[in-house]
Design a protein around this ligand. Structure first.
Ligand code: UDX
Length: 467
């Protein structure tokens, strides 16, 4: 295989992982970012994000001379394809994806790329963004053919490299043969290993990413609601998930009940999909309810903790173990720990928190928290421990030691890390998700607000109840 010359613009989770993996596949890659500090750090061998295996892969790519970094989009000029992997954060005003970075990037790439090159959207962008990018390209370089394609990325944080190099599928959305050929050649090493390449039209590819994320978010929300029901009817969600998930039509993944989904994708993408559907006059009822239910659920976790503590959290020391939205990442975006801690603080709790990687990010969001790099120190004299993320270090906590440092032995395990019977041996009272604990939680009797036009109504109600 002859490696292609590729540019990846944006060195976040998607861009940096894609760049390093493309280099590993034998391509010649330049990663571009406007953040000069980040680029200098990368050039010096530093890695700006925490992602298992990434550091080694980046260093390998650099050592092989196939991976370089730059702040200048002009350096992408000789490339066969330039991947846009910049952020598409939700606009504060309406939740729609903010595409200004994507468009700016497209404009700059169009100005420098050679004729016949392909601009590939890897950022998660609403349907029709490829068309808008194409218009920008035509306006910037009239008379020159630069193709525009879509290649959504399905990697998960924490297992990003495995997801990229051993994907369930690769989706390329192309409206012309040239970009289809270029993208097929780029992914040829993975196809040669048997990984499936799905070719679609550009708009279908754009929608596939949103549809997949919305479906997974719905699956999680479904199991979370079943968990609420389990708590009320004395069933166990782990058994229900096992019994459901072994049906091959359902599948076992993403049936882990917890405090609600967070992260950089599900919350943002579900909201953006709802906005797109509204714009096109199509009602995505299930996705709307998923957004509402998850948003309310995250806030409800604080109410659950308060309820378990018999309504008394004022002046109590609560030790929160795990801050990031999931394990193996330092990402705090939309983490369920944020509303939990903010609401507990509002109710007067003294919150201490432990996380192995997320503290630096957490400090930017959560104030007045005492942070610890040691879970036992964090729980010293605590009235309750709340498990929010299932980090390995939290899974392997020495329960005897934890119990010995706490004031009262209340373990609120919102990730179902510990079998309650096991923890009970160390004197813990364990409250968890999806299994009967104390009295059914009063907030579970929320009025259903089907098709609420205001998708945050649930959330506000939860907050009012908390005051
Ligand atoms: C997700 C998609 O999985 C990935 O394909 C896409 O490219 C980006 O968005 P990511 O956000 O990294 O990836 O994490 P993921 O593992 O999907 O988890 C998202 C959230 O759902 C986390 O808060 C996680 O704790 C939660 N989750 C996941 C559950 O609560 N239960 C589950 O069974 C699975």
């Amino acid at each position: 295989m002859v490696g292609k010359k590729l540019a990846v613009v944006g060195t976040g989770y998607v861009g940096l992982v894609a760049g390093a993996c493309f280099a590993k596949m034998g391509h010649d890659v330049i990663c571009v970012d406007i953040d000069a500090e980040r680029i200098v750090m990368l050039q010096r061998g530093g890695i700006p994000i925490y992602e298992p295996g990434l550091e080694t892969l980046v260093h390998e790519g650099v050592a092989a001379g196939r991976l370089t970094f730059s702040t200048k989009i002009a350096d992408a000029a000789p490339c066969d394809a330039a991947f846009i992997a910049v952020g598409t954060p939700p606009r504060k005003t309406d939740g729609e994806a903010d595409l200004s970075f994507v468009y700016e990037c497209a404009r700059e790439l169009a100005a420098v790329l050679k004729p016949g090159a392909v601009i590939v959207d890897k950022s998660t962008v609403p349907v029709g963004t490829g068309d808008a990018v194409e218009r920008i390209v035509r306006k910037t370089r009239p008379g020159i053919t630069i193709h525009v394609a879509s290649n959504p990325e399905f990697l998960r944080e924490g297992s990003a490299i495995g997801d990229f190099m051993e994907p369930d599928r690769i989706v390329i959305g192309c409206n012309d043969k040239a970009s289809e050929d270029t993208l097929s050649a780029i992914y040829a090493p993975l196809q040669a290993k048997g990984y499936r390449l799905i070719k679609t039209k550009r708009r279908s590819a754009e929608l596939i990413k949103y549809a997949a994320n919305a479906f997974l978010a719905t699956k999680i929300t479904f199991i979370n609601e079943m968990a609420d029901l389990c708590e009320a009817v004395d069933a166990d969600i782990a058994d229900v998930a096992l019994g459901m998930g072994t049906d091959s039509r359902i599948g076992p993944q993403f049936l882990q009940a917890g405090p609600g989904y967070g992260g950089s994708c599900f919350p943002k993408d579900t909201l953006a999909l709802v906005r797109t559907s509204q714009e096109f006059g199509v009602h995505l009822r299930i996705v709307e309810e998923t957004v509402a239910a998850n948003s309310a659920r995250k806030r409800r976790m604080a109410l659950k903790v308060r309820h378990i503590m018999h309504g008394k959290v004022e002046g109590k020391k609560i030790s929160v173990l795990g801050l990031t939205f999931k394990a193996d990442t330092d990402d705090m975006r939309d983490s369920p720990s944020i509303p939990l801690i903010e609401l507990l603080q509002r109710a007067g709790a003294d919150v201490h928190a432990y996380d192995p990687e997320g503290i630096e990010q957490a400090k930017k969001i959560l104030k007045d928290v005492t942070y610890h790099l040691d879970p036992y120190q964090c729980s010293q004299g605590a009235d309750a421990v709340v498990i929010m993320t299932d980090w390995e270090s939290i899974r392997h906590i020495d329960l005897a030691m934890l119990s010995s440092v706490m004031r009262s032995h209340l373990l609120i395990d919102l990730r179902r890390v510990y079998p309650p019977e096991e923890a009970a041996k160390y004197g813990f009272t364990v409250e968890t998700i999806g299994r009967t604990g104390l009295e059914p939680h009063p907030i579970a009797q929320f009025e259903p607000q089907f098709m609420s036009p205001d998708i945050n109504a649930f959330t506000r109600k939860a907050e009012e109840e908390f005051a």
